[in-house]
Design a protein around this ligand. Structure first.
Ligand SMILES: NC(=O)C1=CN([C@@H]2O[C@H](COP(=O)(O)OP(=O)(O)OC[C@H]3O[C@@H](n4cnc5c(N)ncnc54)[C@H](O)[C@@H]3O)[C@@H](O)[C@H]2O)C=CC1
Ligand SMILES: O=C(O)C(=O)COP(=O)(O)O
Length: 397
Protein backbone atom coordinates (compact mmCIF):
# COMPACT_ATOMS: atom_id res chain seq x y z
CA UNK A 1 0.00 0.00 0.00
CA UNK A 2 1.27 3.50 -0.69
CA UNK A 3 1.75 6.07 2.03
CA UNK A 4 -1.37 8.05 1.15
CA UNK A 5 -3.69 5.01 1.34
CA UNK A 6 -2.33 3.53 4.59
CA UNK A 7 -4.27 3.81 7.82
CA UNK A 8 -1.08 3.80 9.88
CA UNK A 9 2.37 5.01 8.93
CA UNK A 10 5.43 3.78 10.80
CA UNK A 11 8.83 5.44 10.57
CA UNK A 12 11.56 2.78 10.93
CA UNK A 13 14.89 4.16 12.18
CA UNK A 14 16.98 0.95 12.37
CA UNK A 15 17.11 -2.49 10.76
CA UNK A 16 14.08 -4.27 12.22
CA UNK A 17 13.53 -7.99 11.63
CA UNK A 18 11.14 -8.54 8.70
CA UNK A 19 9.33 -11.07 10.90
CA UNK A 20 8.39 -8.17 13.18
CA UNK A 21 7.45 -5.82 10.35
CA UNK A 22 5.34 -8.67 8.96
CA UNK A 23 3.06 -8.37 12.01
CA UNK A 24 1.87 -5.02 10.67
CA UNK A 25 -0.43 -6.02 7.79
CA UNK A 26 0.28 -4.14 4.55
CA UNK A 27 -3.46 -3.54 4.03
CA UNK A 28 -3.28 -1.16 7.00
CA UNK A 29 0.37 -0.24 7.52
CA UNK A 30 3.12 1.35 5.56
CA UNK A 31 6.57 1.16 7.16
CA UNK A 32 9.76 2.78 5.96
CA UNK A 33 12.74 5.01 6.59
CA UNK A 34 11.36 7.98 4.76
CA UNK A 35 7.81 8.49 5.97
CA UNK A 36 6.17 11.87 6.29
CA UNK A 37 3.84 12.45 9.28
CA UNK A 38 4.31 9.00 10.87
CA UNK A 39 1.86 7.68 13.48
CA UNK A 40 4.61 5.71 15.17
CA UNK A 41 8.36 5.14 15.25
CA UNK A 42 10.09 1.75 15.36
CA UNK A 43 13.65 1.99 16.63
CA UNK A 44 16.56 0.03 18.09
CA UNK A 45 19.59 2.10 19.16
CA UNK A 46 19.26 5.16 16.89
CA UNK A 47 19.70 8.30 18.98
CA UNK A 48 16.30 9.98 19.00
CA UNK A 49 17.50 12.79 21.28
CA UNK A 50 19.18 14.24 18.23
CA UNK A 51 16.00 14.36 16.11
CA UNK A 52 12.74 16.29 16.17
CA UNK A 53 10.00 13.74 16.78
CA UNK A 54 7.20 14.73 14.37
CA UNK A 55 4.01 15.98 16.07
CA UNK A 56 2.03 13.24 14.29
CA UNK A 57 3.81 10.51 16.32
CA UNK A 58 1.48 8.70 18.76
CA UNK A 59 3.82 5.92 19.92
CA UNK A 60 7.46 4.89 19.91
CA UNK A 61 8.40 1.21 19.94
CA UNK A 62 11.94 0.20 20.93
CA UNK A 63 12.76 -3.28 19.60
CA UNK A 64 14.97 -4.02 22.58
CA UNK A 65 15.38 -3.23 26.28
CA UNK A 66 17.16 0.08 26.89
CA UNK A 67 15.25 3.30 26.17
CA UNK A 68 17.99 5.80 27.03
CA UNK A 69 18.23 6.70 23.31
CA UNK A 70 14.62 7.97 23.39
CA UNK A 71 13.40 11.28 24.91
CA UNK A 72 10.98 9.46 27.22
CA UNK A 73 10.12 12.44 29.46
CA UNK A 74 9.34 14.66 26.46
CA UNK A 75 7.16 11.89 25.00
CA UNK A 76 5.30 11.50 28.32
CA UNK A 77 4.54 15.23 28.26
CA UNK A 78 3.00 14.72 24.81
CA UNK A 79 1.01 11.68 25.96
CA UNK A 80 3.08 9.37 23.76
CA UNK A 81 3.86 5.91 25.14
CA UNK A 82 7.33 4.42 24.66
CA UNK A 83 7.16 0.63 24.33
CA UNK A 84 10.03 -1.80 24.77
CA UNK A 85 10.49 -5.57 24.70
CA UNK A 86 11.40 -6.71 28.21
CA UNK A 87 13.27 -10.00 28.19
CA UNK A 88 13.06 -10.53 24.43
CA UNK A 89 16.83 -10.26 24.00
CA UNK A 90 17.92 -11.30 27.50
CA UNK A 91 19.13 -14.77 26.54
CA UNK A 92 21.31 -13.31 23.79
CA UNK A 93 22.94 -10.93 26.27
CA UNK A 94 23.38 -13.70 28.84
CA UNK A 95 25.23 -15.86 26.32
CA UNK A 96 27.53 -12.97 25.37
CA UNK A 97 28.28 -12.28 29.04
CA UNK A 98 29.32 -15.92 29.40
CA UNK A 99 31.50 -15.51 26.30
CA UNK A 100 32.99 -12.34 27.82
CA UNK A 101 33.85 -14.11 31.08
CA UNK A 102 35.48 -16.96 29.16
CA UNK A 103 37.36 -14.54 26.91
CA UNK A 104 38.80 -12.76 29.93
CA UNK A 105 39.53 -15.89 32.00
CA UNK A 106 41.29 -17.67 29.13
CA UNK A 107 42.96 -14.59 27.58
CA UNK A 108 41.22 -15.40 24.31
CA UNK A 109 41.42 -11.94 22.70
CA UNK A 110 45.19 -11.74 23.19
CA UNK A 111 45.57 -15.39 22.16
CA UNK A 112 43.67 -14.76 18.92
CA UNK A 113 45.83 -11.74 18.16
CA UNK A 114 48.94 -13.90 18.75
CA UNK A 115 47.70 -16.58 16.35
CA UNK A 116 46.65 -13.99 13.73
CA UNK A 117 50.16 -12.58 13.82
CA UNK A 118 51.53 -15.99 12.79
CA UNK A 119 49.88 -15.68 9.38
CA UNK A 120 52.48 -16.16 6.67
CA UNK A 121 54.92 -18.07 8.91
CA UNK A 122 53.70 -21.51 7.78
CA UNK A 123 56.94 -23.36 8.51
CA UNK A 124 57.16 -22.29 12.10
CA UNK A 125 53.53 -22.18 13.17
CA UNK A 126 53.51 -25.29 15.36
CA UNK A 127 56.78 -24.33 17.01
CA UNK A 128 55.57 -20.77 17.59
CA UNK A 129 52.29 -22.01 19.05
CA UNK A 130 53.91 -24.41 21.49
CA UNK A 131 56.51 -21.82 22.42
CA UNK A 132 54.06 -18.98 22.88
CA UNK A 133 50.97 -20.52 24.46
CA UNK A 134 52.13 -20.29 28.07
CA UNK A 135 51.64 -16.51 27.89
CA UNK A 136 47.90 -17.10 27.59
CA UNK A 137 47.31 -19.69 30.34
CA UNK A 138 44.16 -18.73 32.20
CA UNK A 139 41.82 -19.93 34.90
CA UNK A 140 38.48 -21.70 35.05
CA UNK A 141 35.10 -20.17 35.83
CA UNK A 142 34.05 -23.03 38.10
CA UNK A 143 34.54 -21.99 41.71
CA UNK A 144 35.03 -18.28 40.89
CA UNK A 145 32.89 -15.57 42.45
CA UNK A 146 30.56 -13.48 40.29
CA UNK A 147 28.89 -10.27 41.45
CA UNK A 148 25.83 -9.06 39.51
CA UNK A 149 24.43 -5.54 39.73
CA UNK A 150 20.85 -5.53 38.38
CA UNK A 151 18.80 -8.72 38.61
CA UNK A 152 16.22 -7.98 35.93
CA UNK A 153 15.65 -9.96 32.75
CA UNK A 154 19.35 -10.21 31.82
CA UNK A 155 20.91 -10.27 35.30
CA UNK A 156 18.71 -13.11 36.55
CA UNK A 157 19.53 -15.27 33.49
CA UNK A 158 23.25 -14.59 34.00
CA UNK A 159 22.89 -15.60 37.66
CA UNK A 160 21.20 -18.85 36.73
CA UNK A 161 23.81 -19.74 34.07
CA UNK A 162 26.70 -18.88 36.37
CA UNK A 163 25.33 -21.09 39.16
CA UNK A 164 25.09 -23.92 36.61
CA UNK A 165 28.76 -23.34 35.73
CA UNK A 166 29.68 -23.79 39.39
CA UNK A 167 30.27 -20.11 40.19
CA UNK A 168 29.53 -18.48 43.51
CA UNK A 169 26.99 -15.72 42.73
CA UNK A 170 26.24 -12.57 44.70
CA UNK A 171 23.59 -10.13 43.40
CA UNK A 172 22.24 -6.66 44.15
CA UNK A 173 19.04 -5.05 42.93
CA UNK A 174 17.19 -2.61 45.19
CA UNK A 175 14.00 -2.86 43.10
CA UNK A 176 13.98 -6.49 42.11
CA UNK A 177 10.59 -7.58 40.80
CA UNK A 178 8.72 -10.48 42.34
CA UNK A 179 9.01 -12.38 39.04
CA UNK A 180 12.77 -11.91 38.88
CA UNK A 181 13.15 -12.91 42.53
CA UNK A 182 11.19 -16.12 41.88
CA UNK A 183 13.34 -16.92 38.85
CA UNK A 184 16.63 -16.67 40.76
CA UNK A 185 18.28 -19.90 41.89
CA UNK A 186 18.26 -20.19 45.68
CA UNK A 187 22.08 -20.32 45.72
CA UNK A 188 22.35 -16.66 44.64
CA UNK A 189 23.47 -14.66 47.66
CA UNK A 190 21.88 -11.28 48.26
CA UNK A 191 24.07 -8.18 48.56
CA UNK A 192 22.91 -4.95 50.16
CA UNK A 193 24.84 -2.53 47.93
CA UNK A 194 26.92 -2.10 44.78
CA UNK A 195 29.96 -1.85 47.06
CA UNK A 196 29.24 -5.27 48.55
CA UNK A 197 29.00 -6.77 45.05
CA UNK A 198 32.30 -5.18 44.01
CA UNK A 199 34.02 -6.42 47.15
CA UNK A 200 32.74 -9.94 46.66
CA UNK A 201 33.26 -10.68 42.95
CA UNK A 202 36.38 -11.68 41.04
CA UNK A 203 34.03 -11.08 38.14
CA UNK A 204 31.49 -8.26 38.33
CA UNK A 205 28.83 -7.82 35.66
CA UNK A 206 26.43 -4.88 35.30
CA UNK A 207 22.84 -5.22 34.08
CA UNK A 208 21.12 -1.95 34.93
CA UNK A 209 19.52 0.66 32.67
CA UNK A 210 21.39 3.92 32.10
CA UNK A 211 19.60 6.47 34.30
CA UNK A 212 20.84 9.54 36.14
CA UNK A 213 21.13 7.26 39.21
CA UNK A 214 23.23 4.64 37.41
CA UNK A 215 25.58 6.95 35.49
CA UNK A 216 29.15 6.27 36.71
CA UNK A 217 27.75 3.56 38.99
CA UNK A 218 31.22 2.00 38.87
CA UNK A 219 33.81 4.68 39.44
CA UNK A 220 37.23 5.48 40.91
CA UNK A 221 35.90 5.32 44.48
CA UNK A 222 34.33 1.89 44.33
CA UNK A 223 36.54 0.10 41.74
CA UNK A 224 39.20 -0.08 44.41
CA UNK A 225 36.89 -2.37 46.40
CA UNK A 226 37.19 -5.18 43.84
CA UNK A 227 39.64 -7.98 44.52
CA UNK A 228 42.93 -7.09 42.80
CA UNK A 229 43.05 -8.37 39.22
CA UNK A 230 39.25 -8.72 38.97
CA UNK A 231 37.28 -8.64 35.74
CA UNK A 232 34.58 -6.01 35.14
CA UNK A 233 31.94 -6.70 32.48
CA UNK A 234 29.71 -3.95 31.12
CA UNK A 235 26.92 -5.04 28.80
CA UNK A 236 24.61 -2.29 30.18
CA UNK A 237 25.61 1.02 28.67
CA UNK A 238 28.85 2.93 28.28
CA UNK A 239 27.86 5.60 30.85
CA UNK A 240 27.31 3.10 33.67
CA UNK A 241 31.09 2.73 34.08
CA UNK A 242 33.40 5.71 34.46
CA UNK A 243 35.82 4.88 31.65
CA UNK A 244 38.71 6.97 32.96
CA UNK A 245 38.46 5.12 36.28
CA UNK A 246 38.35 1.74 34.55
CA UNK A 247 41.44 2.59 32.48
CA UNK A 248 43.30 3.81 35.57
CA UNK A 249 42.36 0.60 37.41
CA UNK A 250 43.68 -1.44 34.47
CA UNK A 251 46.95 0.53 34.57
CA UNK A 252 47.40 -0.01 38.31
CA UNK A 253 46.59 -3.73 38.04
CA UNK A 254 43.49 -3.31 40.23
CA UNK A 255 41.45 -4.51 37.24
CA UNK A 256 42.68 -7.55 35.35
CA UNK A 257 40.37 -6.94 32.39
CA UNK A 258 37.48 -4.72 31.29
CA UNK A 259 35.00 -6.44 28.98
CA UNK A 260 32.43 -4.19 27.39
CA UNK A 261 29.95 -3.93 24.56
CA UNK A 262 30.54 -0.21 23.95
CA UNK A 263 33.81 0.71 22.22
CA UNK A 264 35.12 4.26 22.65
CA UNK A 265 38.30 5.97 21.43
CA UNK A 266 39.86 5.77 24.90
CA UNK A 267 39.33 2.01 25.17
CA UNK A 268 40.46 0.95 21.71
CA UNK A 269 43.80 -0.81 21.46
CA UNK A 270 44.20 -1.41 25.19
CA UNK A 271 45.80 -4.78 25.82
CA UNK A 272 43.38 -5.84 28.57
CA UNK A 273 40.19 -4.27 27.28
CA UNK A 274 37.89 -6.60 25.38
CA UNK A 275 35.51 -4.45 23.35
CA UNK A 276 32.64 -5.90 21.36
CA UNK A 277 30.66 -3.79 18.87
CA UNK A 278 27.36 -3.60 20.84
CA UNK A 279 26.57 -7.21 19.99
CA UNK A 280 24.54 -8.14 23.08
CA UNK A 281 21.20 -8.38 21.30
CA UNK A 282 22.52 -9.23 17.85
CA UNK A 283 21.32 -12.78 17.37
CA UNK A 284 18.66 -13.79 14.87
CA UNK A 285 16.54 -15.12 17.73
CA UNK A 286 16.68 -11.91 19.78
CA UNK A 287 16.12 -9.69 16.76
CA UNK A 288 12.99 -11.63 15.83
CA UNK A 289 11.73 -11.81 19.44
CA UNK A 290 12.14 -8.07 20.00
CA UNK A 291 10.64 -7.02 16.66
CA UNK A 292 7.63 -9.33 16.97
CA UNK A 293 6.95 -8.29 20.55
CA UNK A 294 7.03 -4.56 19.93
CA UNK A 295 5.21 -4.75 16.60
CA UNK A 296 2.34 -6.62 18.30
CA UNK A 297 2.27 -4.07 21.15
CA UNK A 298 2.36 -1.19 18.69
CA UNK A 299 -0.46 -2.58 16.56
CA UNK A 300 -2.66 -3.21 19.59
CA UNK A 301 -2.04 0.36 20.72
CA UNK A 302 -2.64 1.99 17.35
CA UNK A 303 -5.78 0.00 16.59
CA UNK A 304 -7.32 -0.61 20.04
CA UNK A 305 -5.58 1.83 22.35
CA UNK A 306 -4.27 -1.03 24.52
CA UNK A 307 -0.95 -0.58 26.30
CA UNK A 308 1.44 -3.31 27.37
CA UNK A 309 5.12 -2.88 28.22
CA UNK A 310 5.29 0.88 27.91
CA UNK A 311 8.08 2.32 30.06
CA UNK A 312 6.12 5.52 30.79
CA UNK A 313 2.45 4.45 30.88
CA UNK A 314 0.33 1.98 32.83
CA UNK A 315 -0.69 -1.27 31.16
CA UNK A 316 -4.33 -1.27 30.12
CA UNK A 317 -6.79 -3.22 28.01
CA UNK A 318 -10.56 -3.37 27.69
CA UNK A 319 -12.48 -5.82 25.54
CA UNK A 320 -14.19 -4.15 22.58
CA UNK A 321 -17.92 -4.36 22.97
CA UNK A 322 -18.76 -1.24 21.01
CA UNK A 323 -17.39 -0.07 17.68
CA UNK A 324 -16.55 3.43 18.93
CA UNK A 325 -13.61 4.00 21.25
CA UNK A 326 -11.78 7.06 22.49
CA UNK A 327 -8.30 6.75 24.05
CA UNK A 328 -7.09 9.59 26.22
CA UNK A 329 -3.69 10.14 27.83
CA UNK A 330 -3.93 12.53 30.72
CA UNK A 331 -2.13 13.82 33.78
CA UNK A 332 -2.86 11.78 36.91
CA UNK A 333 -4.74 14.58 38.73
CA UNK A 334 -8.21 14.83 40.31
CA UNK A 335 -11.41 15.24 38.29
CA UNK A 336 -10.09 14.13 34.89
CA UNK A 337 -12.66 11.35 34.57
CA UNK A 338 -15.42 13.72 35.67
CA UNK A 339 -14.51 16.24 32.97
CA UNK A 340 -14.15 13.54 30.30
CA UNK A 341 -17.55 11.99 31.05
CA UNK A 342 -19.21 15.43 31.27
CA UNK A 343 -17.86 16.34 27.80
CA UNK A 344 -19.19 13.04 26.46
CA UNK A 345 -22.62 13.56 28.04
CA UNK A 346 -22.78 17.09 26.59
CA UNK A 347 -22.09 15.61 23.16
CA UNK A 348 -25.05 13.28 23.69
CA UNK A 349 -22.93 10.14 23.88
CA UNK A 350 -23.77 7.18 26.08
CA UNK A 351 -20.70 5.60 27.72
CA UNK A 352 -20.81 1.86 27.23
CA UNK A 353 -17.63 1.00 29.12
CA UNK A 354 -14.74 2.89 30.59
CA UNK A 355 -11.41 2.06 32.21
CA UNK A 356 -8.74 4.30 33.68
CA UNK A 357 -5.30 3.27 34.92
CA UNK A 358 -2.52 5.41 36.30
CA UNK A 359 1.21 5.11 36.85
CA UNK A 360 3.08 7.89 38.59
CA UNK A 361 2.17 11.17 36.94
CA UNK A 362 0.55 9.54 33.92
CA UNK A 363 -2.98 8.27 33.51
CA UNK A 364 -4.73 6.71 30.57
CA UNK A 365 -8.41 6.28 29.89
CA UNK A 366 -10.29 4.12 27.39
CA UNK A 367 -13.93 4.99 26.79
CA UNK A 368 -16.26 2.96 24.57
CA UNK A 369 -19.40 4.80 23.52
CA UNK A 370 -22.56 3.60 21.80
CA UNK A 371 -22.42 5.83 18.73
CA UNK A 372 -19.93 7.55 16.44
CA UNK A 373 -17.80 10.40 17.81
CA UNK A 374 -17.62 13.77 16.08
CA UNK A 375 -14.44 15.82 15.66
CA UNK A 376 -15.91 18.60 17.85
CA UNK A 377 -15.97 16.29 20.88
CA UNK A 378 -12.37 15.21 20.25
CA UNK A 379 -11.39 18.89 20.18
CA UNK A 380 -13.31 19.52 23.44
CA UNK A 381 -11.58 16.58 25.12
CA UNK A 382 -8.17 17.74 23.90
CA UNK A 383 -8.85 21.20 25.34
CA UNK A 384 -9.39 19.88 28.91
CA UNK A 385 -6.54 21.03 31.11
CA UNK A 386 -4.36 17.96 31.83
CA UNK A 387 -5.36 16.01 28.73
CA UNK A 388 -2.18 15.17 26.81
CA UNK A 389 -3.52 13.30 23.81
CA UNK A 390 -6.82 12.09 22.41
CA UNK A 391 -7.37 9.46 19.75
CA UNK A 392 -10.57 8.19 18.16
CA UNK A 393 -10.36 4.47 17.41
CA UNK A 394 -13.42 3.19 15.56
CA UNK A 395 -13.25 -0.60 15.20
CA UNK A 396 -11.46 -1.49 11.96
CA UNK A 397 -12.88 -4.92 11.18
N1 LIG B 1 24.46 -4.87 25.17
C1 LIG B 1 23.24 -5.03 24.66
O1 LIG B 1 23.07 -5.26 23.47
C2 LIG B 1 22.07 -4.93 25.57
C3 LIG B 1 22.10 -4.11 26.66
N2 LIG B 1 21.04 -4.04 27.49
C4 LIG B 1 21.16 -3.13 28.63
O2 LIG B 1 20.94 -3.87 29.82
C5 LIG B 1 19.99 -3.19 30.62
C6 LIG B 1 19.23 -4.20 31.46
O3 LIG B 1 18.43 -5.01 30.61
P1 LIG B 1 17.29 -5.94 31.23
O4 LIG B 1 17.87 -6.85 32.23
O5 LIG B 1 16.56 -6.51 30.07
O6 LIG B 1 16.39 -4.85 31.96
P2 LIG B 1 15.45 -5.04 33.23
O7 LIG B 1 14.63 -3.80 33.32
O8 LIG B 1 14.75 -6.34 33.17
O9 LIG B 1 16.46 -5.08 34.47
C7 LIG B 1 17.15 -3.98 34.95
C8 LIG B 1 17.26 -4.15 36.46
O10 LIG B 1 18.17 -3.18 36.96
C9 LIG B 1 17.71 -2.85 38.26
N3 LIG B 1 18.33 -1.61 38.71
C10 LIG B 1 18.01 -0.34 38.38
N4 LIG B 1 18.83 0.50 39.03
C11 LIG B 1 19.68 -0.25 39.78
C12 LIG B 1 20.75 0.04 40.66
N5 LIG B 1 21.12 1.31 40.90
N6 LIG B 1 21.40 -0.97 41.25
C13 LIG B 1 21.05 -2.25 41.01
N7 LIG B 1 20.02 -2.59 40.20
C14 LIG B 1 19.35 -1.60 39.58
C15 LIG B 1 16.19 -2.78 38.10
O11 LIG B 1 15.54 -2.88 39.36
C16 LIG B 1 15.93 -3.97 37.20
O12 LIG B 1 15.62 -5.13 37.95
C17 LIG B 1 19.12 -2.41 29.61
O13 LIG B 1 18.50 -1.29 30.21
C18 LIG B 1 20.13 -2.00 28.56
O14 LIG B 1 20.74 -0.77 28.92
C19 LIG B 1 19.93 -4.82 27.33
C20 LIG B 1 19.83 -5.65 26.26
C21 LIG B 1 20.87 -5.72 25.23
O1 LIG C 1 18.11 -3.86 23.90
C1 LIG C 1 19.03 -3.10 24.24
O2 LIG C 1 19.00 -2.36 25.24
C2 LIG C 1 20.26 -3.07 23.45
O3 LIG C 1 21.22 -2.45 23.83
C3 LIG C 1 20.27 -3.74 22.13
O4 LIG C 1 20.52 -2.74 21.18
P1 LIG C 1 20.28 -3.03 19.62
O5 LIG C 1 18.82 -3.33 19.46
O6 LIG C 1 21.14 -4.20 19.26
O7 LIG C 1 20.69 -1.77 18.94
Amino acid sequence: MDEAGAIFKVLVLNEISPKGLGRLPPQRYVCGRDIACPDAVLVRSADMHAMTVPPSVRAIARAGAGTNNIPVAAMSARGVPVFNAPGANANAVKELVLAGMLMAARNLARALRFVDALAGQSDDVEKAVEGGKSAFAGFELQGQSLGIVGLGKVGSLVADAAIKLGMDVLGFDPEITVDAAWSLPSQVRRAASVAEVLRGGRFVTLHVPLLPATRDLVNADNLSLMPRGGVLLNFSRQGVVNEAAALAALESGQLGAYVCDFPSPALLGHERVICLPHLGASTCEAEVNCAVMVADQLRDFLENGHISHAVNFPSIRMSRESAFRVAIANANVPNMLGQISTAMAKAGLNIHNMVNHSRGEMAYTLVDVDSAVRDALLADLAAINGVLSVRYLPRLD
